[in-house]
Design a protein around this ligand. Sequence first.
Ligand code: FES
Length: 161
Amino acid sequence: MAEAKRTTKADLEKIDRIIADHKEQRWPLIPLLHEIQGMLGFIPPEAIPRIARGLGLFPSQVQGVISFYTQLYTAPRGKNIVRVCRGTACHVRGGKTILKLVKQHLGIEEGETTSDMGYTLETVACIGVCALAPNLVINQTTYGHMNPKKLARLFGKKEET
Ligand code: FES
């Protein structure tokens, strides 16, 4: 798993400026969170009390919103996002094995990022192309009819038997 990126004093100062810029907005929290994430790639947990203080909220309210929106992250993510479909069609056609093999190839568990920050592994509900099950998505590209051989080629490794 990737080590947590340290948030610098400069990062926190930038966050404070973003908070100040959003104070006048009617519903500032979500755009503010997106702006911080756009700047750093994630929302540092240390920023949560500052955001709460700045907007007159409880930290638990800020955390609650971050937890609710799956597109908001409190940890750095890899350069490539690998998503294995865990929908029913993919599951019955071997999705579970695909997930297991992806974990082996990358050496990480679901929700983790490789130490070189190359990959983050996630699972998703049905992505809408069940006819191609089992499916795997890397960034914006969907790879259908996945099997161990294709997977090994995709990750540039010898097939594990
Ligand atoms: S279940 Fe995987 S694409 Fe629908």
